[in-house]
Design a protein around this ligand. Structure first.
Ligand code: ADP
Length: 473
């Protein structure tokens, strides 16, 4: 688990706050329950004390201690109710004292006299521990009857209340962690769900590149930070799109404008080179300038092609055609060029493989790849072309040429990238051939893969969508 992630931190915060709240509620509940039970218990004891007071008040003077004892015993049943009852005169002599309770929860002899009973207060409650270790609650009150003043003490062991409180405490000790666990898991799933939309935005943003800058992120109308984030990112993509379009237009316009003067220079130079009264040295110089102009023209043509492809021009002439046939005829046209270099060109195309796209542009792909294969394959080598239909139309051009170093393989489709020129037999080239191939493939929804081994050869494999499955445009 990533401890620095937003999700993790939120869950930790959530769990900490919940634990604090649950602990506070549990402690308050426990204390309040204890207080309530003791107050209730005290009230019940007070009522019993009042009853004893009534018995004393209604007894004549002088009192018959045996009759009073019997009356208290029969009305309050202190032993079987596990109560302690003691009636004493103001001089301390005991008139009546209950016996040991049935549950043996306390020893009546061990219950000390309640001071409050002797004080001016008429009623008092006292909680204490007997020498036997029993926690007791004793209510004391003083009454004045015709036969004199008496102190009445009614009490009971707090054992039952203690048992209930212990039980509730165990319940809370178990319940709090369970509640925290359940709530945190719930919170974790809710947070994960909420962050899913952020993930979705990130994934969609990841898929947007300079090829599909017209696409936008989905904007959920939630009126929150996520909506604002999607809108801001969309605006940023819009600005990027505009900037890239401007650059593309500039590239297309510049290369287009350069074509005419280059053609004029080339024509003029050819005329100069053809002039009879030109010295040998000047003819040589003009020839080399012409070569450079030729190279420059190639670069400008390449740039124009790339700029037009970026502008989506390849999609104008969208037709359905047989790729196998296109490969076979193109290979046939380039066979002579290969034979000039003593390279065997083998074309392996079987039945029809229909694709949809720009026929002229796709021919350019085959020409560029074949041209490279011929350029970078030494004499006596061979080139194999094949087209087959699998889940997609697969075009493969395999040569036995010089190969491409592994770390350069990823860059060969970049504009103006050329692997170390010194290694190639024929250094003609602009570094734009494969960039054009890549742009055309992207425009056709095709994928291009390369495999190469230095000194053994290269394989360029393009996978086009089959005509039946291609998107209708
Ligand atoms: P260039 O005009 O230099 O051929 P490309 O874009 O067509 O430009 O190719 C880029 C680089 O990839 C070339 O400079 C070349 O070194 C390398 N390359 C392309 N195709 C092959 C191949 N079939 N065999 C070996 N190297 C190749």
């Amino acid at each position: 688990m990533n401890r620095r992630s937003l999700g993790f931190r939120l869950v930790v915060w959530f769990a900490s706050v919940l634990t604090a709240v649950y602990l506070f509620v549990a402690a308050a509940m426990f204390l309040e329950l204890g207080r309530y039970l003791k107050t209730n218990f005290g009230d019940a004891l007070r009522r019993r004390a009042d009853e004893v007071g009534e018995i004393l008040a209604t007894a004549g003077a002088p009192i018959d201690e045996a009759a009073i004892s019997n009356e208290i015993r029969s009305r309050l049943l202190p032993e079987s109710n596990n109560r302690f009852v003691r009636v004493s005169r103001s001089d301390g002599t005991v008139v009546y004292r209950s016996g040991p309770p049935v549950d043996r929860s306390f020893d009546p002899d061990a219950v000390a006299a309640t001071d409050a009973a002797k004080s001016a207060q008429s009623k008092s409650v006292r909680q204490f521990l007997t020498p036997g270790g029993t926690s007791m609650l004793v209510v004391a009150r003083s009454v004045t009857a015709t036969s004199g003043s008496y102190d009445i003490e009614v009490g009971a062991s707090l054992e039952q209340i203690q048992l209930v409180l212990n039980y509730v405490l165990i319940l809370l000790i178990v319940a709090v962690p369970v509640l925290v666990g359940v709530s945190t898991s719930g919170g974790y799933f809710l947070i994960k769900r909420a962050l899913k939309s952020v993930d979705h935005i990130a994934k969609t943003a990841e898929q947007i590149s300079h090829h599909n800058l017209s696409e936008r992120l989905p904007v959920a109308k939630t009126g929150d930070e996520l909506e604002r984030l999607s809108i801001s990112v969309n605006r940023m993509i819009g600005r990027l799109d505009e900037a890239i379009q401007t650059t593309r237009r500039f590239l297309a316009d510049a290369s287009h404008e350069l074509r005419t003067p280059l053609t004029v220079i080339k024509g003029e130079l050819e005329e100069v080179a053809g002039s009879k009264n030109l010295s040998e040295e000047l003819r040589e110089r003009t020839g080399s300038v012409l070569e450079e102009v030729e190279r420059l023209t190639h670069i400008v043509e390449g740039l124009l092609a790339v700029a037009r492809l970026d502008a989506g021009e390849a999609q104008r002439e969208w037709l359905r055609f047989d790729l196998a046939e296109l490969v076979a005829t193109t290979a046939d046209q380039m066979k002579l060029l290969a034979e000039d270099q003593r390279i065997t060109l083998v074309c392996n195309t079987g039945s029809r493989v229909d694709v949809e796209g720009d026929h002229v542009r796709l021919k350019q792909v085959i020409v560029n790849l074949l041209d490279n294969a011929i350029k970078y394959t030494p004499e006596g080598g061979s080139i194999h072309l094949s087209v087959r239909a699998q889940d997609r139309a697969v075009l493969e051009i395999v040569d036995t040429g010089i190969g491409i170093p592994k770390d350069e393989l990823a860059h060969v489709f970049e504009r103006f990238f050329r692997v170390d020129k010194a290694r190639s037999r024929n250094v003609e080239g602009t570094g734009l051939g494969l960039a054009i191939v890549k742009s055309i493939c992207t425009a056709h929804g095709a994928e291009i893969e390369t495999e190469s081994t230095i000194g053994r050869g290269s394989c360029f494999r393009i996978k086009f969508p089959l005509a039946a499955t291609v998107d209708s445009r």
